[in-house]
Design a protein around this ligand. Sequence first.
Ligand code: 2BX
Length: 430
Amino acid sequence: EDDNVLHIGGIFPIGGKGGWQGGQACEPAVRLALEDVNKNSILSGYQLKLHWNDSECDPGLGASVMYDLLYNKPQKLMLLAGCSTVCTTVAEAAKMWNLVVLCYGASSPALSDRNRFPTLFRTHPSATVHSPTRITLMKKFEWYRIAILQQTEEVFISTVEDIETRCKQNGIEIITRQSFVSDPADAVKNLRRQDARIIVGLFYVVAARKVLCEMYKQQLYGKAYVWFFIGWYEDNWFEDNLENEGIQCTKKEMRIAAEGHITTEALMWNQNINQKTISGMTSEDFRKRLENVLRSEGFAIDRHRYPEGYQEAPLAYDAVWAVALAFNKTMSILQKQGKSITSFNYNNKEVADHIYSAINSTQFLGISGYVAFSSQGDRIALTQIEQVIEGKYVKLGYYDTQSDNLTWFDKEKWIGGKVPQDRTVIRRVL
Ligand SMILES: CC1(C)CO[C@@H](CC(=O)O)CN1
């Protein structure tokens, strides 16, 4: 095999129906990154080569793609993967081959576990990255009595556990935790029964539309309520798809119920769009290049419609740069010992440990912003807070968990003209 090539494996969720088909935009983003890394002198003469296949976001298919990659030459130095379910399977097995796994599209909090996943790193933030942001907002507006409404999916179950822990640490009482599999009607009724006013909602976008219509019907919206929704739904999610999802509310009713809700989301595109990143590109330059590639492959790109994974594409692009920087660091350390990174093999822990500690300490400014990993391999990321004001999302601020710093624009608007309260206040008439 040609000796100045470093081979890596890739598993992308492209086809299939279930879960997240984010490989559609993430695989092209990885291609752009390989182009940039290979024309750059970062790997001092070596070329990075990717061998990949489609997991359809199915863990079983992902496992068979991994075995194909590992049991066919050339041997791979590490693996890129997407989708929480596939990353769980691949990262749990990868230690048997001494392989680092870098996940660009996995949000499950369960993956932050060094015992189960000793060699996992993610450029995609965990869903728990929202928790400190939500807590900070509750303390800012003095909401110390909250409720939780969640869909019974693994990612939301472990997110709620994280919220519960942080609420306890901050003296915030969770008065009720309601969950539903697909019909939220009873859960919403229980929220009303408990006089819930500040509600954190954790569900996928199809369930979110059902919740919103239930909120309208049961009048759990308006000036006395604050709803926290997840911020990565598409912009006009609460008006879309109503007919073919059998939503029993009109667009107008959905807009009324949605007015004023707050969202939190992890930032995946560097907000300073003119700031040059490690590749020399700004995030705006990257967006233009990515959209050209996607259009040339037949994707329709417009304000409301993007291929799946478009939002996460910077995470995939930056994952390749993280690999290149880590390999570069590993090669210079090994060279001092008269060794080569290509002496890596699946039973050779020594080189694997060098690759692990190199990626563990890798930090750089990427298209997705500052890239750095926690001791659990989690992506350290900023979060963004928005609010629906007159039917449109307005940026309210950003939160940096590391420095516990909230940047606030004072743009929030309350339907009743003042901050909603977390409970019914009995006024004593003297
Ligand atoms: C923000 C989102 C949509 C969360 O799910 C990720 C996919 C997954 O965790 O399986 C992709 N990015």
